[in-house]
Design a binder for this molecule. Structure first.
Ligand SMILES: NC(=O)c1ccc[n+]([C@@H]2O[C@H](COP(=O)([O-])OP(=O)(O)OC[C@H]3O[C@@H](n4cnc5c(N)ncnc54)[C@H](O)[C@@H]3O)[C@@H](O)[C@H]2O)c1
Length: 426
């Protein structure tokens, strides 16, 4: 109270607040009781004098507008940000925007890191090329290592000439020496048509390729992310599949080169973590679709879309009642980046829990692409799992990630890319 009464005279003395009629200094009351009763009135009159109320309100307004506006300027990572606007930001703020960490955690400005050098094996493939787009957009340098077995230069050609982008034709079955901060290890044919084409090569890629990239991670101290698969659950006896489920896999079947190959890749990843202290991350990816998928790779979404666009019947294997979940590729890329930047090893299921039978999928393709499309039934292939649906609770809780794009919204997004490539074939 004493200070309240003294301050005006102090301000006035220093001439900080112009006052047409200086307020008389009120003597502090000797009687405590009396002093308390006069408190509210004296505060009000104090505030009303010398435009103090006006200054107080202006201050409160400035402070509240700062707190309202500031968070939105920091949370760019959660809002769709055009690459061109990222280009306007200094790289330090790009790092902060994107490397906000798992679950949208924000890193204080002063602790933001420099842009990273990242290798993406299989970066000329379907998922890899979308991941490369994302990493370059946020300001990092990317080296793609790919042997072009199923990948295509066309998937990354738009980055040629970008000084932060490099493309190396290399087979991960052979060792490679690079200096990078992070390794996204995707190299592996992903569709049954391709991985069954040369099963020995597929398992070599999974085992020797993963060993080589883990060896590199150990040598240079890079963080390593493995793109594993829902196939590690085999023909599951648990539905939906949680990460704790150990799977029901045929070790000697025609798909085993891929399924068991990925299971071994997971084992190697964990052994390098436990035995050599490598920082690792494991993603178990469920069916993903989007632009740049191979046209005729036997994966059901690309098959149906390509067949509908070519005016051919959509081939359904078995009775068409087997279920799958379908995730749009940008959702997967969000999940992979969130996992890599998080403090969690995994494994994490990354997929869209929306479950469709093959017949329902054919119906959605009909509705969105060609209402006159027809269906043709064929005998089922060996070891085809009957149902597949991710339980993504763990990724939701620990990575703050979940897919955003439903099938009916995602399918039209791959249409124009498929249409263009089908036309180019002719
Ligand atoms: N797309 C999906 O639905 C899905 C589902 C589960 C897991 N995955 C995993 O995600 C990763 C990417 O899959 P995708 O759908 O993009 O497949 P993709 O076939 O389009 O891409 C794989 C890429 O790896 C390259 N590659 C293959 N063998 C290689 C080798 N020995 N050395 C160097 N490069 C090699 C290919 O040329 C291609 O560019 C794979 O590891 C796959 O197992 C994908």
């Amino acid at each position: 109270m004493k200070q309240l009464h003294k301050q005006p005279s102090l301000h006035h003395h220093h001439g900080q607040i112009p006052s047409p009629s200086p307020a008389p200094v009120t003597k502090p009351s000797k009687h405590h009781h009396h002093h308390h009763r006069s408190f509210p009135r004296s505060v009000v009159s104090y505030l009303l004098r010398e435009h103090r109320l006006l200054f107080l309100l202006a201050g409160a307004l400035i402070a509240s507008s700062f707190f309202l506006l500031h968070p939105s300027s920091l949370s760019l990572s959660s809002s769709p940000l055009h690459p061109s606007s990222l280009a306007l930001l200094p790289s330090s703020s790009i790092r902060g925007v994107v490397h906000g960490g798992a679950g949208g955690r924000r890193i204080p400005v002063g602790l933001r890191k420099r842009p990273m050098r990242i290798v993406v094996t299989g970066g000329a493939g379907f998922v890899g090329s979308h991941l490369v787009d994302r990493l370059l957009d946020r300001g990092d340098s990317v080296i793609v290592v790919d042997n072009f077995f199923t990948g295509r230069k066309e998937n990354v050609v738009h980055h040629f000439g970008n000084h932060r982008f490099e493309l190396i034709r290399h087979d991960v079955v052979d060792p490679i020496l690079l200096e990078v901060d992070q390794i996204y290890h995707l190299a592996c044919p992903a569709s049954p048509v391709h991985y069954k084409h040369n099963p020995i090569k597929t398992i070599k890629t999974n085992v020797m390729g993963t060993l080589n990239m883990l060896g590199l991670a150990k040598r240079i101290g890079a963080r390593f992310l493995l793109t594993s698969t829902s196939e590690v659950y085999g023909d599951p006896l648990e539905h939906p599949q949680k990460e704790t489920y150990w799977g029901h896999v045929n070790p000697i079947g025609v798909r085993s080169c891929y399924d068991e190959g990925k299971r071994t890749a997971e084992t190697l990843t964990m052994d390098y973590h436990r035995g050599a202290g490598v920082e690792v991350r494991i993603a178990r990816i469920f069916n993903t679709y989007g632009p740049r998928m191979c046209l005729d790779d036997g994966r059901v979404v690309s098959n149906f879309v390509a067949q509908a666009l070519r005016k051919q019947p959509m081939t359904v294997y078995g009775d068409g009642k087997q279920t799958r979940s379908f995730q749009y590729v940008s959702d997967l890329v969000d999940g992979l980046v969130a996992l890599m930047e998080s403090d969690h090893i995994g494994p994490f299921n990354l997929g869209n829990p929306g479950e469709f039978t093959m017949l329902e999928l054919a119906q959605v393709v009909k509705e969105t692409i060609d209402p006159s499309a027809t269906i043709e039934f064929r005998p089922n292939t060996a070891d085809d799992p009957h149902m597949r649906k991710p339980d993504i609770t763990k990724a939701k809780q620990l990575l703050n990630w979940e897919p955003k794009i439903p099938l009916r919204q995602g399918l039209p997004l791959m249409m124009s890319d498929f249409q263009k490539r089908i036309l180019d074939e002719k």
